[in-house]
Write a protein that binds this ligand. Sequence first.
Ligand code: GDP
Length: 676
Amino acid sequence: MSKIRVYNLAKMLEMSNTEIVDLLTEMGISVKSHMSSIDEEVYQQVEEELKRRKEAEEKKAVEAITTYPVVYISEGASIADVAASVNEKPGAAVKILMAEGHMVPATELADKKILEILGKGLEKHFVFGEPEQKEVVEEKIKGKAVEKEDKQTPSQKGIKKGKKAGEKDPRDLPFRPPIVTVMGHVDHGKTTLLDCIRNTRVTEKEAGGITQHIGASRVEHDGKTLIFLDTPGHEAFTSMRARGAQVTDIAILVVAADDGIKPQTIEAMNHAKAAGVPIIVAVNKIDKPAAKPERVRQQLSDYGLAPEEWGGDTIMVDVGAKTGINIDQLLEMIILVAEMQELKADPNAMPEGTVIEANLDKGKGPVATVIVQNGTLRRGNIIHTDTAWGKIRAMIDDSGQNVDSAGPSMPVEILGLENVPQPGEKFTVIASEREARDIMSHYEFERREMDQSKSKRLTLEELYEKMQTEEVPQLNMVLKTDVQGSLEAFHSSLMKMNRESVTINIVHEGVGRISESDVMLASASNAIIVGFNVRPDSNAKKVSESEGVQVRLYQVIYDMLDDVKAAMEGMLAPELRENTLGTAEIRELFRVPKIGAIAGCRVTEGLIRRNAKVRLIREGVVFWNGELSSLKHFKEDVREIKAGNECGLSFEKFQDFRVGDVIEAYEIVKEKRTLE
Ligand code: GDP
């Protein structure tokens, strides 16, 4: 017997996947999702059921007409008028309305909702308008009955008659194309996949049109449009999110089948999860002899992404980006997932969206690529973001064409801004240039205020406060450790500390140095970063300061657990805080008889002090911790030495250093908690 996938069935019956799954469930046929298959026999049952339901509805509608007479009400009639039309007192109508929770005076105008309630209470069908021919009215009422039924069983929506224009039920808004980001480990084929998708299915261009990089591309498949963000990877994705913007609807996680999951695979997965964006896995390089797609599925399952064919809910597609294997299927799955998300937007709403790229072009001035998220953006609109504004002089789409308007999900490059906005900023449209100037000066003021107080994210010290004010406070954390073993120990000890009053949520964890991407993820998720025997690299350090993300570094696991416990109890002791004095890099090694090995260094930042504590960092991981036994400038012993100078260092009971190692000098200071 032949089988059919549920989503194909949905297509055939012109119903959505959710509707068909609901219908099957109501019929007592259990299916896991729209990806499940059913027998042909079941298909026939579904058809019969639909037919039966339709007939039942029609019968009901006709019954309704015969039981409830139709009464015509002119537009603008009051509740009292409605009552009068059937010889009832205004009080009777008000009573009926009150019983349904509507406290309105009898002089109020009757709208559709009120007519409906009154109709039920008075057993009449109230209809706005002049008496029409009986048939027309009956058709109308039938339509209404179908709609009503529709609300009770969503599965019937598929055979619904079109709603009247003017009523803005969100369900009636048109679908907008999904916006897709490609993520994954380096060299697993993100760029190749994007290129492959773009080259073969970029929207039909007019002759002479050239594909232009504007930050996002439109792709057509099966009559549907998809938008792909041009910058692969999760960094851009998360830095936008840290600014409060979420553009992506679906993440494609690319995993090379010959390499399996890697640290950045997990990182990308956690970034998408933290944002609540559904993930579709593209198991790539399937053409390679060493490809082991099943192993990839196994590994991903271990991280909580169970393949849908094994009963999980993550769609995984084997692809070959280089030669274009299975790309159609991948696109089809994206469309499916998008359908389930019911992505909708109102093309007639006030236009708004997000800046995804921006730069200053020598010839064109400030140039920004935006994605419209609601409404329709038009040439001539005046837009503003937090930091920029301007009147749109020209709009260019991804095929290099000038366009006059861009609807929901569409990426366009816009010219005419007065200054360059930041990626991730939201834009809205306003009425006049004067208003724009007013808003900008207001933002300027706010920004100055903000700079003074600096953007602030949660710190461990503030956790207790948060616990007092929030119902289910959550402590979000990004964990980084030197080795896998300590990561596991950390993780399980932390999970044991979960309690009713506060939950610990590990947004991301990994082995190795703390990177900028970790900081951005923490910023976007209002998380603190906890490092065990690892250090932030210099970018991460800078970004953590500007983003106001707390980075706590520990050498002893219990210290960290104690701190979290104390924070939960509001008893976090004055923090012993490390004050970094400076860093030096080992450039040369010397052997001095009797003394041993000396590290020839250059101080790269701050200063190194003879009595400071020091730490030796190798590839971002703390390799050794201790004290100096000597600090020399040329042959002289010195107390301290500043950035830009050379020095010779030797360490207390440690000689195993290498060229390229970084020495970090620090002191411990006690930070008092301020009493407020
Ligand atoms: P990215 O760093 O994730 O963007 O990876 P790239 O797209 O740059 O791809 C890395 C390497 O893998 C390149 O040499 C690609 O040609 C190769 N590659 C990508 N996809 C495939 C594939 O499906 N099959 C094979 N054999 N090689 C691939």
